[in-house]
Design a protein around this ligand. Structure first.
Ligand code: F6R
Length: 646
């Protein structure tokens, strides 16, 4: 999740870019950069050949990237006509200045910024290199700058039925239209070209993009026109906002915006009414970051799945630097993690054992290295950590490597300490998470681990290709199922209201519902400060059932997964002792409904993938409980986002 911004017209292009980047930093801060289009020298003739080179500055120093960029930008030539900027959350290529956007073409007259993932970047890069282009970064974005360069060159070649060269205006948009037709994946792109001064061309598919303008600009006046990944980045400067739809191309010039389809047909972009103040806008119109991030979960899932499936329907994990032969040799998997990441690992145990038929042990990272685990070169240790900086998990994977095991890191942060120490990395692509309690990064971990399980199953020949494909299709449905549950937040709030004075909860689940219960209980503890114990429901009768008395609140994960009937029997046991029962159940399941005082309904999903959906009402439940008590959901007491001490 990166942030892009652009501005054309006005006296303060560079300031607009730098201010906007500060507001977009929540989308990533691995690096920051700008490219400016400068006025032509007075003696220059028209034509791209005389286009002055662009001025570009970039910095890649983590959280201080933007400060560093400001220092460099201090010496930027004045009077820029237009400019684009970028703040990066690395996905392809490590965080470094070379990989920082904007990226340039070979002639340094085209600059491009990008949010999203170009899935077919490798084949495009090979093609470009074969035709003489020199690529300077490891990013998926740079190919776009070179492809635009190629299209611009093609459009300048005199056609047989033309005696004069085509005019410059519209050529960059034409090139962009041709290029996006060749891209697979998601993108919000913005490009400038020294041959078409004052013009920014933008395009999008899936990734967000908004255009902003003062009233007069949209009506054809002469004001500044802006673009950004989100409204807050340009709020206060723009009064009117236009939305660009998938596969549309927008041409921004001072005082005008023209949008076309990929075929060049003009379209009227819909206008968006915005009456937020800046604070609300930074949270995307939500009350807090947690709520915003809960609603980003479908996107986080979709991005994590993107590009992992080859056109033939098989899986490819390109970031995993462990060979397929080495993975085929693996005879045992250990998952090590802490907190929510540990709960994601517990779900993965079911998936890997069932699909790939490999034995899996799961360990809390802080315990793992002190218990002398038996590991060798055929053991795969999977360290799961959204931050990649949790000391307990880093130490655990380090110890595993010393024993000769292969280590795979599942991390949300490119080049995190854990990623650097591992033999391979599988990145989740949830973007930065501000709320201290994990939400979207947890869901993205579940998806990444499911992909790993399917990959192992494919490599070991345990599942037939058509079975892998069917499961991938099921996985592909998860973002929309999660979206559906998020739309029911009001129903969850009503249940939370009925429990607002409860201080003790039991969370129960079986099979994959057990880790979901654990995660639901952790969310309730850390956000709403209630006692919430999670148990495998079948274990209740071996002791904890002594605590059930009239009025005890039991939250059960009772969707139709493998042990549904046994789960219902356990619910009957607590009901008969007077417990108040809240169930997570599948839409239309009247039998489950009849056993509950309240139901959190969710759509049915593939049983092994159901945790991705079933956990969402429990996240919402904890969120609403906390807010009903007036607690700060973004910064729960006593907690840190990243725990870098033992
Ligand atoms: C709970 C939560 C923590 C983290 C844990 C591990 O909401 O956020 O339990 O899951 O501290 O953090 P990472 O994944 O960064 O290693």
């Amino acid at each position: 999740m990166c942030g892009i911004i652009g501005a054309t017209g006005g006296e303060d292009v560079l300031d607009v870019l730098l201010d906007g980047l500060a507001r977009l930093e929540y989308r990533g801060y691995d690096s920051a950069g700008v490219a400016l289009e400068l006025p032509r020298p007075a003696n220059a003739t028209s034509g791209p050949a005389d286009g002055v080179p662009l001025w570009r500055a970039r910095a890649a120093s983590g959280t201080t990237s933007l400060d560093e960029l400001r220092k460099v930008a201090h010496v930027a030539p004045k009077g820029a006509l237009a400019g684009i900027g970028h703040t990066r959350w690395a996905t392809h290529g490590r965080p470094s200045e070379a990989n920082a956007h904007p990226h340039l073409d070979c002639t340094a007259t085209v600059a491009v910024v990008h949010n999203g993932i170009v899935e077919n970047c490798r084949e495009l890069a090979e093609e470009l290199i074969a035709s003489g282009h020199e690529l300077a970064s490891e990013t998926d974005t740079e190919v776009v700058a070179h492809l635009i360069e190629g299209e611009l060159r093609r459009s300048s070649e005199p056609a047989l039925d033309r005696t004069s060269q085509v005019g410059e205006e519209g050529r960059l948009a034409g090139a962009m239209r041709a290029v996006i037709g060749r891209l697979r994946g998601s993108f919000a792109l913005a490009a400038i070209w020294a041959g078409e001064p004052g013009t920014i061309v933008a395009a999008r598919r899936v990734s967000p993009l908004v255009i902003g303008a003062a009233d007069s600009a949209v009506a054809g006046g002469s004001s500044q026109v802006l673009l950004a990944s989100d409204i807050p980045a340009i709020l206060g400067r723009a009064r009117r906002f236009l939305l660009v739809e998938d596969d549309q191309v927008a041409e921004l010039r001072p005082g005008s915006v023209a949008v076309t389809t990929v075929d060049g047909m003009p379209v009227d972009p819909p206008e968006l009414r915005v009456d937020w103040d800046l604070d609300a806008a930074l949270k995307g119109g939500f009350e807090d970051f947690m709520s915003k991030e809960l609603h980003e979960q479908p996107r986080a899932l979709a991005d994590t799945l993107l590009g992992r499936v080859l056109p033939a329907g098989t899986l490819a994990l390109d970031e995993v630097r462990i060979s397929d032969d080495e993975l085929r040799e693996v005879d045992k998997v250990f998952v090590v993690a802490c907190g929510s990441s540990y709960h994601a690992g517990l779900v993965a145990k079911y998936a890997i054992e069932h699909w790939a038929r490999l034995p899996v042990e799961i360990d809390i990272a802080s315990e793992f290295r002190y218990r002398d685990p038996v590991l060798d070169h055929r053991t795969l240790v999977v360290g799961v950590s959204q931050s990649g900086e949790t000391l307990d998990t880093i130490q655990a994977v380090r110890a595993a490597r010393q024993c000769g095991a292969k280590v795979l890191a599942v991390s949300n942060v490119v080049d995190s300490s854990m990623a650097r120490q591992a033999d391979g990395v599988l990145y989740t692509r949830a973007g930065p998470e501000v709320g201290v309690a994990s939400t979207k990064t947890y869901l993205a971990q579940l998806a990444a681990l499911d992909i790993l399980a399917l990959y192992l199953a494919q490599l070991r020949g345990i599942l037939y290709p058509h079975e892998v494909r069917r499961l991938l299709d099921d996985l592909g449905e998860m973002p929309s199922l999660v979206e559906e549950v998020l739309g029911r937040s009001g129903d969850v709030l009503a249940v939370a209201r009925s429990q607002r004075n409860t201080r003790d909860f039991f969370f129960l689940g079986r099979h994959v519902g057990y880790p979901v219960a654990l995660e639901g209980a952790l969310k309730a503890k850390e956000l709403a400060y209630v006692r919430a114990e999670a148990y495998p429901a079948g274990e209740l009768k071996h002791g904890p059932i002594a605590l059930i008395e009239p009025g005890t609140v039991v939250v059960g994960v009772a969707t139709r997964t493998r042990l549904w009937e046994k789960m219902m029997a356990n619910i009957a046991e607590v009901r008969s002792r007077g417990a108040t029962v809240v169930l997570v159940a599948n839409d239309g399941d009247e039998e489950a409904g009849a056993m509950a005082d309240s139901v959190l309904w969710v759509p049915a999903a593939n049983p092994l993938l159901a945790p991705l959906v079933d956990v969402v009402p429990l996240q919402l439940f904890a969120y609403h409980l906390a807010r009903l008590s007036g607690y700060d959901v973004d910064r729960p007491r006593n907690l840190a986002k990243t725990v870098t001490v033992e």
